[in-house]
Design a protein around this ligand. Structure first.
Ligand code: GLN
Length: 319
């Protein structure tokens, strides 16, 4: 028997409703941006305007919505961890990846070093710095930075993605904590490549410049099981997408992942450049708001996504 109270599926929801909800979310996000602060531990990021906000939605039918600063370029930062994981699964396979990094939420800050030394020899998951650096070490001898950039361009439908030299320089000069992580991994005998080459490739990947629109394309490919709905081409194996989405859901928002899972419930990945990619049912959503909360997530993007998820019933466990 049909449940009359069951909410409308996202696939049949009216375009007017979707547009209204995204428009409201944009104003909610914009109004909350002032409560956050831009990242300053990488000096170049401190130059961002904290009031900036952009929201872009791309659906599997080719429709799109754009609000605010969706063409502003900013550095991808931790969102590159999704691309690094996708590349590792592609070139090393599931076992070849997870023999070297775990798949557990850490409950710690993204750049924490604590549990890496105390409890385990392997980093907790590929969505935190230690895990991403370890995953990069699986790729250092397999793929060049240019090849990884080409993969990022394909996933994001964005030929403009390139190294932001100023961010890379800043990252390189202020990256001692990441160097501590890579050398700790080396000291434990688990790092799979040269530490300096590994951390350099990680810095470069974090310094790729994207837009909210390019992140929406990435989100759409992931939400669509690895096939680019616009070209029909397969970019990621569907089994790998399941793994990527699971880790985005459980670990993608650092030590806020549990609360984001409850409140928003959409596989997502944030970066300290202010970006957020979301892989929702039938749509990819890309956001940019450089003012961050204490976890390192964009405050405007999180507020906007909470509204969108609630009003459009996009939580993966909504019934
Ligand atoms: N490049 C940043 C770092 O390694 C990425 C962290 C992030 O976006 N949370 O510290």
């Amino acid at each position: 028997m049909k449940n009359k109270n069951k909410k409308q599926s996202v696939y049949t929801r009216s375009a007017e409703l979707v547009e209204r909800v995204f428009s409201e979310a944009y104003y909610i996000g914009k109004a909350s941006a002032a409560k956050g602060v831009v990242a300053s531990y990488i000096p170049e990021l401190a130059k961002a305007d904290p009031t900036s906000f952009g929201l872009y939605m791309l659906d599997e039918g080719g429709g799109s919505l754009s609000f605010g600063e969706t063409e502003t370029r900013f550095s991808i930062q931790s969102i590159c961890k999704v691309i690094i994981l996708a590349a590792a699964l592609k070139y090393r396979g599931f076992r070849g990846t997870f023999d070297h990094v775990m798949m557990e939420p850490s409950g710690d800050a993204f750049n924490s070093i604590l549990k890496l030394d105390m409890r385990s020899n392997l980093p907790f998951n590929p969505m935190i710095n230690a895990g991403a650096i370890q995953t990069v070490s699986l790729l250092t001898d397999v793929l060049s930075f240019d090849e990884l950039t080409a993969f990022a361009r394909e996933l994001c439908h964005d030929e403009g993605i390139a190294l932001d030299e100023a961010v890379y320089k800043s990252e390189f000069e202020s990256g001692d904590r990441n160097r501590a992580i890579v050398y700790l991994l080396k000291s434990k005998g688990v790092l799979m490549a040269d530490p300096d080459k590994t951390v350099d490739l990680y810095f470069k990947m974090c310094s790729l410049s994207v837009t909210a629109r390019s992140l929406a394309s990435l989100g759409l490919v992931i939400s669509n099981g690895g096939v680019d709905p616009l070209s029909g081409g397969r970019l990621i194996e569907s089994a790998h997408v399941r793994t990527i989405k699971s880790l985005m859901f459980t670990c993608g928002m650092y030590d806020f992942s549990g609360e984001f899972g409850v409140r928003v419930g959409i596989p997502a990945k944030s970066g300290v450049g202010g970006g957020l990619v979301c892989a929702a049912h039938g749509m990819g959503i890309g956001l940019y708001g450089p003012a961050l909360d204490p976890f390192g997530n964009s405050i405007a993007a999180v507020q906007a996504m909470e509204h969108i998820s609630e009003k459009l019933s996009l939580h993966v466990f909504d019934y």
